[in-house]
Design a protein around this ligand. Sequence first.
Ligand SMILES: Cc1cc2nc3c(=O)[nH]c(=O)nc-3n(C[C@H](O)[C@H](O)[C@H](O)COP(=O)(O)OP(=O)(O)OC[C@H]3O[C@@H](n4cnc5c(N)ncnc54)[C@H](O)[C@@H]3O)c2cc1C
Length: 473
Amino acid sequence: MKGPGMAGRRVVVVGGGFGGFHAAREFMKAVPREANVELILINPTDYFLYVPLLPEVAAGILDPRAITISLPRTLPGVRLLLGQVTEIDPTGQSLTYADPEGHSGTLAFDQLILAAGSVHKLLPVPGVADHGHGFRGLPEALYLRDHITRQLELAAATDAPAERSARCTFVVVGAGYTGTEVAAHGQLLADLLARRHPELADQPVRWILLEATDRVLPGLDRRLSRTADRVLRERGVEVCTETSIRESTQNGVRLDDGRFVPTRSLVWCVGVRPDPLVAATGLDTVDDRLAVDDFLAVPSHPWIFACGDAAAVPRHRSGGLAPMTAQHAVRQGKVAGRNVAAALGFGRAARYRHRERGFVVDLGGRKAAANPLHLPLSGLPAKAVTRGYHLLAMPTNRLRVAVDWLLDTVMRRQQVQLGLVRSGAVPLDTASPEVPDLGVAYTGPESAGRAQPATPDTHQANAQERKARHGSE
Ligand SMILES: Cc1cc2nc3c(=O)[nH]c(=O)nc-3n(C[C@H](O)[C@H](O)[C@H](O)COP(=O)(O)OP(=O)(O)OC[C@H]3O[C@@H](n4cnc5c(N)ncnc54)[C@H](O)[C@@H]3O)c2cc1C
């Protein structure tokens, strides 16, 4: 790819989520327009996904586009490169990427911010990868929305009691904030749909939330756990702590206490692990996240920065690593953007320091659990804080989201299954939960240009390109 011209600099941000988006925005604020610096953001989609509202897309409350923030619109001056980085050469300062049509390219950089986020954490449980679905990206949320609708429609259509019961049973594994919100919203949606089918009048619709530890929302304030636990149980969600699954089959799941639960629905929310791109860099990691210092730079390669779920950022007060949350990713992104600008001579570098300000968990209906500034709230006050927090945290689309929320309170939810995302398009073991896996091998004449690992030749070509852009440095 052509550079910004002689003596120009190129900064590449990999990933346009919470960390990458805010890094790019902060960098553009810090660097004057007339400076000869190019910022390229590589992301597989042209939007930044506001992930915390994903459960509301699956529940049919929010239109999927409402939680997508257009990157070209919100990051003027940033060059968006649609694609996925397949390899990074930290020493040669180049990367390889594949675009959405399968063509590959290489790109030299002066500074890099790695903000590729995370993917599903898989455990070696037989059958889970074949029968379970994760919940990390928009395709999975749309799949789940359709799947719930379809299961209830098929349940209503069958006269076989065992099949009907299995189709009306939904199992969620993992009661972190993702699993808890998915179960809370899913149960309300399934109840609403079941009421539309007189055939299901006497059929219980079961939601089972399994958690391996002793409480829902492990890792969060215990008061939030208690609120979420109470709300879920009052609604009829079967919360099973200290329980997990031993096996998943086409007809159901075997729990580790020996029980077999007939079901056609397994939602896998046991957590996330850093994007595999981190390991592929060959750089030092901590807990599989890229090891960085207080300035979010990689000590051995200080032209590489990282933020968000992909980065092992030290916590300055309590020790350990900053958790994988949006709250941290946003603030780390801002620091990374600022520090890369400083490395190019614009402004001063800063250390990453952040004290958590609480957490919000939406439990559907009028319920939520929140602890703003560590003040525990439940019921309507928590709901108001939760929704207010999300509206403030979203860079755009606030009105669209607010209107969808309003419509959901005054109108009947519009719920049909479009069937556009099928089961095979959202495999659990995907490295890219943000894009559907269409399973179509690219066979066009350009297939010769598909992504290939970087070779010594490409490293040499990139070195030459950098040299051409920077003169004789
Ligand atoms: C359902 C759900 C609800 C959540 N709710 C909350 C919440 O309420 N509060 C909270 O604090 N946190 C929440 N989180 C966690 C939060 O979403 C993450 O911690 C946050 O998204 C991390 O930001 P990030 O920038 O590291 O990664 P992301 O926001 O995931 O962004 C990573 C980006 O990198 C892109 N990418 C990946 N690989 C490549 C590649 N090879 N090349 C180019 N681009 C790539 C991805 O497409 C994506 O756009 C939730 C997570 C989930 C799944």
